[in-house]
Design a protein around this ligand. Structure first.
Ligand SMILES: Nc1ncnc2c1ncn2[C@@H]1O[C@H](COP(=O)(O)OP(=O)(O)OP(=O)(O)O)[C@@H](O)[C@H]1O
Ligand SMILES: [Mg+2]
Length: 428
């Protein structure tokens, strides 16, 4: 039960067994269990003690419901259950002790959930449905052996350049078009739009992870993440504005580790300040997407980000994506932008207000809302590049500092049209 999350219902085990302490609970249990397609014959009396005895001589079921009401030391007893219970079993406990510390400790020791007695049929139905979701969750165990995990961070050079739009679209494409189990981690903890843009509630998953990094394991991931589609899960937060983020970054490290084990791809929507505070976040990523606009300020920060990545995340392929590009009224031309950052822009996504608005209205990723748009087609190209990063086929252009930063910026400024001196209005 404490073993890493390993779903799969077709493993030759019984789907379900329950060991409860009283007739009332048994009576409540049976109809709900039947209704959920499980066998009520597997509802036994005898509580935890009987569960330990039975499981020590027989195979563990996929879902195990165990009553702790007669247990003097629930935590200790759960640990003895762990000794006889095979890995992969989803264990749900029930009991009469209403103590948040016990609940937390039980969850840490690998339990899926704790039902406080007396509980309603609805509550029981919910936890069983969640347990079934864990067991049935698709997981490409075999496919994963051939496909290495690909972790991608998306960073915007400036606020509002479309980093989150690209991150969400990329994650959506990886999960839908490329059929990879994908995790989208929105690290804009206070103001993230990952959930909003997919028409989902952010939940407390990321906040819980940050508060209790030691709780992060396969089961935690399964429970805390919100499903956007069959193969896309999201972890995000909408932390209260008056609560600063208090973390040394352990949680992010743990999350990345768990994602590597449970998904094929990770996409991190990474605000720039996170990069400053938690540089290790990029220590293991395979690809970094720098989302930018073609402006002077973006060029400056693109140069700085490229240089930072070169020294701090040299293992990562870097893709520069110019977004919201309008052919008219460009502050800086593509050519001038490229010469100032000393590398090519990999993908140029056109400005497409109609698709962006449609995406917001429908609560869908931009690539889904505007499937046939040119903007979507460009993000599809990006997804291909990202998938190619692990094979190492793409050759990054040189980001070397042949020139000082100020030198580059000075050169860049010369590309800007000189400001026209406006005639002052006559004073009256
Ligand atoms: N190619 C595009 N054409 C038109 N609008 C776009 C395009 N890409 C993104 N947008 C719009 O730009 C706005 C900002 O996008 P987004 O939230 O993705 O930016 P961000 O860089 O993540 O911003 P923040 O700095 O707040 O995190 C959104 O309204 C989005 O719909
Ligand atoms: Mg954003």
């Amino acid at each position: 039960m404490n073993a890493p999350w390993k779903p799969g219902s077709n493993n030759g085990r019984d789907p379900f067994a329950a060991f409860v302490c009283d007739e009332d609970t048994l009576d409540l249990l049976r109809p709900v269990v039947e209704e959920m397609g499980l066998s009520s014959d597997k509802c036994n009396m005898g509580g935890l003690r009987n569960a330990v005895q039975t499981l020590s001589v027989s195979a563990s079921p996929n879902i195990l419901l165990v009553d702790l009401s007669e247990s003097g030391d629930p935590l200790n007893d759960i640990n003895s259950l762990a000794e006889v219970c095979e890995p992969g079993t989803v264990v749900i406990a029930m009991g009469q002790v209403n103590d948040v510390r016990l609940y937390r400790d039980l969850i840490v020791s690998g339990l899926q959930d704790y039902l406080l007695k007396p509980f309603t049929p609805e509550q029981l139905r919910d936890v069983l449905a969640q347990a079934q979701a864990v067991i049935n969750a698709p997981k490409s165990d075999d496919a994963q052996a051939e496909k290495p995990h690909i972790s991608t961070a998306v960073i915007g050079t400036r606020g509002g350049v479309g980093a989150s739009t690209i991150a969400t679209s990329l994650a959506w494409l990886l999960s839908k078009d490329k059929e990879r189990m994908t995790a989208l981690l929105d690290l804009d903890v206070h103001f993230g739009t990952g959930a909003l843009s997919l028409d989902l509630e952010p939940g407390r998953g990321l906040t819980d992870a940050i508060d209790n990094p030691s709780r992060i394991d396969g089961l935690f991931i399964e429970r805390a993440m919100i499903k956007a589609n069959e193969k896309l899960s999201l972890l995000s937060a909408e932390a209260p504005i008056n609560s600063p983020m208090m973390t040394d970054g352990t949680a992010f490290f743990q999350l990345q580790e768990e994602f590597r084990a449970a998904f094929d791809c990770t996409v991190i929507d990474l605000p720039r300040d996170m990069l400053i505070n938690y540089p290790h976040l990029l220590g293991d990523v395979n690809a970094t997407v720098i989302a930018t606009e073609l402006t002077l300020a973006s060029a400056r920060d693109c140069i700085r980000l490229l240089s930072w990545l070169k020294s701090h995340a040299a293992q990562s392929k870097v893709y520069v994506v110019a977004n919201k590009v309008q052919t008219a009224n460009l502050e800086i031309s593509r050519q001038d932008f490229e010469s100032s950052i000393e590398r090519k822009i990999d993908i140029l996504v056109p400005y497409d207000a109609r698709t962006a608005a449609q995406s917001a209205k429908l609560g869908q990723a931009l690539v889904e809302a505007g499937k046939s748009s040119k903007a979507a087609a460009k993000i599809v190209e990006l997804a291909d590049l990202v998938l190619g990063s692990v094979e190492g086929s793409e050759d990054d252009s040189d980001t070397g500092d042949k020139q000082s930063f100020m030198g580059k910026l000075g050169e860049l400024k010369s590309f800007l049209p000189s400001k026209k001196v406006k005639e002052e209005a006559p004073k009256v």
